[in-house]
Design a protein around this ligand. Structure first.
Ligand code: FES
Length: 88
């Protein structure tokens, strides 16, 4: 079990969003800590860190469309990119 670092969370996995094809009724688990190696999705990494306050955000899409999911983890409209990565 790793110990959570004091600062730097959530970690910016990438400084750009990821385009994903959403499907109606499909649920995804979006990574909020930034440590997942399957960005922008959660791979359970947060569970291996003691004291980690971040966990995945589950989102069910309502329609089939292209969506841009945040990977910098600073968005104010999770899991979608709101352009916040430009300020990093
Ligand atoms: S990638 Fe995070 S706001 Fe754009």
């Amino acid at each position: 079990m790793d110990t959570i670092p004091n600062e730097g969370f959530p970690k910016a996995a990438k400084n750009e969003p990821c385009c994903v094809q959403a499907e109606a009724g499909k649920t995804i688990a979006w990574c909020t800590c930034g440590l997942s190696e399957k960005q922008p999705f959660c791979d359970g990494r947060h569970k291996q860190i003691e004291g980690m306050p971040y966990k995945s955000l589950k989102v069910t899409f309502e329609q089939q469309e292209e969506v841009w999911l945040c990977q910098c983890k600073q968005t104010k409209n999770p899991p979608y990119c709101d352009g916040s990565h430009r300020n990093l």
